[in-house]
Design a protein around this ligand. Structure first.
Ligand SMILES: O=c1ccn([C@H]2C[C@H](O)[C@@H](COP(=O)(O)OP(=O)(O)OP(=O)(O)O)O2)c(=O)[nH]1
Length: 385
C-alpha cells in the first residue's frame, strides 16, 4: 500500500518533464494529473490540447464533440461499435457547434473529443462531474463493445461517447462542454478493511467518533437544518417546468427559479416524493487525504428505494484541511423511486470507497485549480447564485 507522499511545490506543466508510465508489476493506484498529461503525451489519450483546468488531481474532464444524436433508447453496444448502434437507433442529429438545448426525458448520445489507446495495464472508469449530477443530468459514458456503462477495459483502443438524459431541467450545452470525467487506474487500488482502518486512525476521514468503516466509510444524511438567511433548511427540491440551464455558465441562474428550499422539521425526517429530485448534504464532514481518491457508492445495492450519488468521484484534497477544505460535507443528489420514502436524520445513504493514488497529484482539489466545492456545506451547483 502507498501511504504518504511529499507534494511537489509546483503544478505539473505539460511537456516540461518526463513522467514515467513504466510501473513495477505490483504498482496499483489511480493515475494523478501529471500521469494523465503523460498519457496524452504518449498518445494513449488522443485529444486536441487540453483546456485550462481540464486535468483535475485524479481525473480528466471529457469534452463534448460537435454533434448530438437523439436516440430512440439507451443501449449497451456489447458486440457492436457505438457508431453501428447510433446508425440503427438515431432519430435525428443536432449540431452542437453553436449550442443546443437538450430536452428532459430524451436520450442523447454525443461523441466525445477524447479517444483512447490505453496501455494493457491501464483501465478507466467514468462518472458525471459533480456539477452535472447536481442539476440532475443523467450522464454515462460508453465505449465500443462495452458491456457496462462507465467502465473502460484495460488496453481499450477506440472512441468514447456520452449518453445524456436531462431528468429535471432542460440544458443548454455546446461543443467543448464538460459533463463527465474519467479516472485512469492501474490494478486494483481500493483499500481493504485493515488499510482503511489504519488510514482513518491516522487521517480521520470523517469527523464522527464511531465511524462505520464496513465496505467503505459510511456517509449519512443531515436533516437537522443548515442556516440559510433567517431560516434553517435541510436541502432543496427541484422545481418542474423551469427555464433552461446553461451548463457552462457559473452563477447564471437564481436559486428561487429552480429550487424550493426544504425547511427543517422537528421530526428531523424528510418524505421523498417518488421521481422528485433533491439536493441534501451529509451529516459527516468528509476528507480525502492527498495520496488517495474516493468514490461514493450506494450504501447497499439491495436497497433500491432511493438513489444517492449520480456523481461519485471525490478528489484528492477534497475536504482536506491542508488544501483549505476542512469541514467539507458531501453533497447528495437524491431521488426516491417507486414509493414515497422517509429519510431520517443520520440514516446511512452512501459509502465512500477509498483508493490509493499511484503518486501524489501535483495539485490538490482546492489548490488554485478553480475548484467550486472545497469546504462546501449544503451547496447547489455552480450554476446558481
Ligand atoms: O456526489 C458528490 C460528488 C462530489 N462531491 C464533491 C467531492 C468532489 O471532490 C467535488 C468536486 O467534484 P467534481 O470534480 O466532480 O465537480 P466539478 O463539477 O468538476 O467541480 P470542480 O470544478 O470544483 O472540480 O465535489 C460531492 O460533494 N458530492
Amino acid at each position: 500500500m502507498i501511504t504518504g507522499f511529499a507534494l511537489s511545490k509546483k503544478a505539473y506543466a505539460p511537456g516540461t518533464s518526463r513522467v514515467s508510465l513504466n510501473f513495477a508489476p505490483t504498482d496499483a493506484g489511480i493515475l494523478p494529473d501529471q500521469m494523465i498529461h503523460a498519457l496524452a503525451e504518449a498518445r494513449a489519450i488522443k485529444a486536441a490540447p487540453f483546456a485550462a483546468d481540464q486535468v483535475q488531481p485524479a481525473s480528466l474532464d471529457l469534452r463534448l464533440g460537435d454533434v448530438a444524436y437523439r436516440m430512440r433508447a439507451s443501449f449497451l453496444p456489447q458486440r457492436a461499435t457505438v457508431a453501428e448502434r447510433i446508425h440503427a437507433l438515431k432519430l435525428h442529429e443536432i449540431s452542437l457547434e453553436g449550442g443546443a438545448v437538450l430536452e428532459t426525458g430524451c436520450v442523447y448520445l454525443v461523441p466525445l473529443q477524447e479517444s483512447l489507446a490505453l496501455p494493457k495495464d491501464i483501465a478507466a472508469s467514468t462518472n458525471p462531474k459533480s456539477s452535472t449530477g447536481r442539476i440532475d443530468v443523467f450522464t454515462r459514458v460508453i465505449a465500443d463493445n462495452a458491456r457496462a456503462f462507465d467502465q473502460i477495459e484495460a488496453g481499450y483502443h477506440g472512441p468514447l461517447y456520452a449518453e445524456i438524459s436531462p431528468r429535471t431541467f432542460p440544458v443548454l450545452l455546446r461543443k467543448g462542454s464538460r459533463l463527465s470525467q474519467i479516472r485512469f487506474r492501474r490494478g486494483s487500488a481500493a483499500l481493504d478493511a485493515v488499510a482503511l482502518k489504519e488510514l482513518h486512525a491516522r487521517e480521520r476521514l470523517v469527523n464522527t467518533a464511531d465511524a462505520d468503516l464496513t465496505n467503505g466509510v459510511a456517509v449519512s444524511v443531515d436533516l437537522s437544518g443548515f442556516t440559510s438567511g433567517n431560516s434553517k433548511i435541510v436541502g432543496y427540491r427541484a422545481k418542474r417546468h423551469t427555464s433552461v440551464i446553461d451548463v457552462d455558465l457559473r452563477d447564471g441562474q437564481s436559486v428561487a427559479d429552480f429550487w424550493e428550499p426544504l425547511e427543517a422539521h422537528k421530526s428531523r425526517a424528510l418524505i421523498l416524493d417518488p421521481n422528485e429530485f433533491y439536493i441534501l448534504a451529509s451529516k459527516e464532514a468528509v476528507q480525502v487525504p492527498p495520496g488517495y481518491a474516493a468514490e461514493m457508492v450506494p450504501f447497499d445495492p439491495l436497497v433500491g428505494e432511493f438513489r444517492v450519488h449520480y456523481a461519485g468521484f471525490f478528489d484528492p484534497g477534497f475536504g482536506h484541511a491542508g488544501a483549505g477544505g476542512g469541514g467539507a460535507r458531501a453533497v447528495l443528489e437524491v431521488r426516491s423511486h417507486e414509493v414515497p420514502f422517509i429519510l431520517e436524520h443520520g440514516q446511512i445513504v452512501g459509502r465512500l470507497v477509498y483508493e490509493s493514488m499511484l503518486a501524489a497529484p501535483s495539485r490538490l482539489y482546492g489548490q488554485g485549480i478553480g475548484s467550486n466545492y472545497q469546504a462546501q456545506s449544503l451547496k447547489l451547483s455552480k450554476h446558481f447564485r
